[in-house]
Design a protein around this ligand. Sequence first.
Ligand code: MG
Length: 364
Amino acid sequence: MRPREVTEQSEAATLHPRAARAADSRGRAESESPDDLRTAFQRDRDRIVHAKAFRRLTHKTQVFLAPEGDHYRTRLTHTLEVAQIARTIARALGLNEDLTEAIALAHDVGHPPFGHAGEAALDAAMNPWGGFRHDAQSLRVVERLEQRQRSDGSVGTGLNLTWEVLDGIAAHSKGLRDLEARSATEVLPTTLEGQLVRLADRIAYLHHDTDDAIRAGLIREAEVPQDVAATLGGTRGRWLDVIVRDIVDVGVEGEGVGLSPRIRQALNGLKDFLSRRVYLEAGATAEAARAHRMVRLLFDHLMSSPEALPPEIRSSGAGAPADESLARATCDFLAGMTDRFAIRTFVRLFVVQGLDGGVEPLSV
Ligand code: MG
């Protein structure tokens, strides 16, 4: 038996009855012959790790603008923390670890530069055309913007991921809200693995944003609400263990995976505290305002000089009316930028160069 068949057989025999099984995947938009070593979900994970958009996460801000220090989370280390938390829980609950990992690694590939400031700037710029959201953009990245080489050497649009991974990326996060909220408009991922990543994303950022905020001097350890800290196990080093064990103890029940009411309440308390003391502050810095303005100026400039867009991006909005198509391509280009590439592009386009007072021409 080939290694893939061994894994599929073990998934059939050992996973939770409600776990996703690679052999039962709804498949890919373009059908492909199976790999003899890896299951469909393992292949998806590998495609994501090798995607350019994944590598660019290294130089994208999470909450604290990256140039400020080397020890803050970046979008990449956040992604790895989400994958680590979600995989530990998936393994303990008998869910599909490979599917969980693939969704976790891909969930933020559509995130623009400069964290929330970049996302807010693009959302405002794209307002006439339906706005911008990073989770929808993650889906665009893996379906339209990345390319893959087929086994016959031809180049295909998108990574041609399985339905289950796409479903998990599409519904991973709707921003900061109650951890139990399931509003009428909110679509939960279909698989338990997708639901788990959505939960792990929130747990990861509440934990690491507290850590980074203390590092940045925005809050002091002692200011974390007493009841929150006590419920989560006292010292911050205990938090993740307590939360992960709670989800494992609750197990798979009713609608899916979740937290006990006690831990959920503590995390909601932590979220409210961070909203008041960290997210508002981090979003109100002069640095964040500059990042917002920079993204907007770049957007407006590229909309009036579309020839400055890279050729491979120019047609990414094809199929929409002309102005929307150009806005979509501009947005795709900007959303794909790392913090430092956006800064370099801005300097090249808008900053006076040289001592003779000459201004660089506005072209890329
Ligand atoms: Mg995330």
